[in-house]
Unconditional design. Structure first.
Length: 171
């Protein structure tokens, strides 16, 4: 009986050591609320100067990147040359946040639902709207147009920045 308990104890210790050696301890990286002076990591534009959902990417090292538009987040994240280790992606739940001046309501971008092709615009022209629930995304799409997609359905072509701000004649 003692030999059996000893084997169980040793087996448990070995499994724990193997699991610890397999990877890092998971850490939670919470979303950060951008301040009045926070600018977009891609183009230096002030996040607070534009409507629509914002986004942020957190890496295993260094400060997070902030974006004044969800399309920018995807354009960076989906680049094949992206080498930084991403530990968290956040966007805002537009089912809760005010479109004209979104604050708070940060959600995990990987679990969000996105509406592409709506009439709503953000800093980069046509906006990709983000929602915590598929129901809110569908309601938005029925009102504003567009198609609802999951995170893994957003492609580099959808996140292409050349169709938005580059053709905005107001700038």
């Amino acid at each position: 009986m003692k030999a059996c308990r000893f084997r169980v104890l040793i087996s448990g210790l070995l499994i724990a050591m193997l699991l610890a050696a397999c990877g890092e301890t998971a850490r939670v990286t919470p979303a950060q609320e951008p301040g009045a002076d926070t600018v977009c990591s891609l183009d230096g534009m002030s996040l607070q100067d534009f409507p629509g959902p914002k986004a942020q990417i957190h890496y295993d090292q260094g400060a997070p990147d902030f974006f004044c538009d969800v399309r920018e987040m995807f354009s960076i994240f989906l680049r094949p040359e992206q080498q930084k280790r991403v530990v968290a992606l956040y966007t805002q739940d537009m089912g809760q946040a005010d479109w004209t001046q979104p604050r708070g309501h940060w959600i995990d971008a990987r679990t969000a639902f996105y509406v592409v092709g709506s009439r709503k615009t953000g800093s980069m022209g046509p906006a990709i709207a983000s929602f915590a629930t598929e129901r809110d995304a569908q309601t938005f799409a029925q009102k504003e147009g567009g198609k609802v997609l999951r995170f893994d359905q957003v492609t580099p072509d959808i996140a292409d920045l050349s169709g938005g701000v580059l053709h905005d004649q107001r700038m």
